[in-house]
Design a protein around this ligand. Structure first.
Ligand SMILES: Cc1cc2nc3c(=O)[nH]c(=O)nc-3n(C[C@H](O)[C@H](O)[C@H](O)COP(=O)(O)OP(=O)(O)OC[C@H]3O[C@@H](n4cnc5c(N)ncnc54)[C@H](O)[C@@H]3O)c2cc1C
Length: 392
């Protein structure tokens, strides 16, 4: 593998894979090499906390989106199970975990993120979910348990709790915040979600801080700040992510704690280097701020945009991102950047369990939640955020 690639892509998630395909279409002759630490080729990560976890019938092969042959057919070299240990932006080289060095003409960093461990004594006893292998291990463990504690009232925690209940387990979902999605959504959204979860059979413990996990005789016990001791054979944590950027340490290309710093064109502060997807802290022309979006479709769109810019265009990435899921049959959509909203307006119907909340900052719409089929449509809400675009 040592040698020179016209294009190197770090990561084979949605950002890296869609980028590699786009580069190939734009430049049929260039050598494209994708290096991915994950031993498996591109798969549907978003199913892992949904259909895959709910049912043992979903085979791991069913979630694969691009088998190795698909890369071969397109003339893209894919190296799975190989980690980039160091990127030298001056020499334009990647040092790989195999000991090889790959020189690149242009490189896209699309290395994504990984879950953080619950930062308490015994935190490693809680399972986390990111990769297909994590999901296989979690599902295997879930098969044998009747009760689980899920720590984290965000998207992943909520989805995992629902999936485990749908498998037939008793589930207690713990959140530090006073309502579900409390770190990013207003209270009416949280309360509406709590109703959906409770109706589906998820038990919820709010304002509950986990301070430790113990294990004795094969049983796990979750300890809470209020002195609670909660027995559960299975503990899962969904308490946030950290960005996969160790190979860029010391390059000056990182925004501390926030991944790779890029502009609106996805360009990093080094010649021939771009970043996209979860790992990119990008200047967002829609919202007028530098931030992260950790959504599947966003990663695909941004990967494509970076690839087009790497192959001759120079167009800013300007889209409203969306995360949609379904909790016990009720659709839930999050749009824009909820963490930027300083004020929220919730529709009256939300108190009944379905409706819309719109988040603003400085008079601009920056985010919205839509629960159920009620209130303004997703298209209208998206347009509302777009209308307030700040511009590059
Ligand atoms: C369980 C789960 C459910 C989700 N559900 C949804 C959903 O319903 N809707 C939604 O919008 N989003 C969802 N997301 C988020 C979505 O999956 C991510 O936003 C998306 O995968 C980000 O894509 P990416 O390509 O930026 O990074 P990733 O998908 O994380 O891919 C990065 C790749 O880079 C590889 N890598 C990392 N470091 C290195 C290295 N040093 N060298 C080589 N390779 C490396 C990794 O192995 C990985 O394959 C979910 C996430 C999870 C974990």
């Amino acid at each position: 593998m040592s040698g020179t690639a016209d294009y190197a892509v770090v990561g084979a998630g949605p950002a890296g894979t869609r980028a590699a395909e786009t580069i190939r279409r734009a430049d049929p002759d260039g050598r494209v090499v994708v290096v991915s630490a994950d031993p498996r080729p591109f798969y549907n990560r978003i199913l892992l906390s949904k259909a895959f976890l709910k049912s043992d019938e979903v085979d791991p092969d069913h979630v694969v989106l691009a088998p190795a042959e698909a890369y071969e057919k397109r003339g893209i070299e894919l190296r799975t199970g190989v980690r980039v240990e160091r990127l030298d932006p001056v020499a334009r080289t990647l040092e790989l975990s195999t000991g090889e060095t790959l020189t690149y003409g242009k490189c896209l960093v699309a290395s994504g993120a990984r879950p953080i461990e619950l930062p308490v004594p015994g935190g490693s006893l809680a399972r986390t979910l990111r990769s297909l292998d994590d999901a296989i291990a979690l599902r295997e463990e879930a098969r044998a348990v009747e009760r689980a504690v899920v720590v984290g009232g965000g998207l992943i925690g909520v989805e995992v709790a629902c999936a485990l209940v749908e498998r037939g387990a008793e589930v207690l979902l713990l959140a530090r915040e006073p309502w579900i999605f409390g770190h990013m959504a207003p209270e009416p959204v949280g309360r509406a979600l709590e109703r959906i979860l409770a109706r589906g059979g998820v038990e919820i413990g709010l304002e509950t801080t986990v301070v430790g996990i113990e294990e004795a005789a094969g049983r796990k016990r979750v300890l809470t700040a209020a002195g609670g001791r909660l027995d559960a054979p299975l503990v899962v944590a969904g308490v946030g992510v950290t960005y996969n950027v160790e190979f860029l340490t010391g390059t000056g290309l990182l925004e501390p704690g926030r991944g790779v710093r890029v502009n609106a064109w996805m360009e990093a502060d080094a010649p021939g280097l771009w970043a996209a997807g979860d790992v990119a802290a990008f200047d967002d022309p829609v919202l007028g701020t530098r931030h992260h979006v950790e959504h599947w479709l966003h990663a695909q769109h941004q990967g494509r945009r970076a690839a087009l810019n790497m192959t001759g265009e120079r167009v800013a990435y300007a889209r409203v991102s969306a995360y949609d899921t379904e909790l016990f049959g009720t659709p839930v959509v999050a749009l824009g950047a909820p963490e930027l909203a300083t004020t929220w307006t919730a529709s009256a119907e939300l108190a009944e369990g379905m409706g819309v909340a719109v988040g603003e900052t400085g008079g601009r719409t920056v985010a919205a939640f839509r629960i159920g089929e009620a209130g303004a449509s997703v298209a209208d809400l998206t347009e509302r955020i777009e209308r307030d675009t700040v511009g590059t």
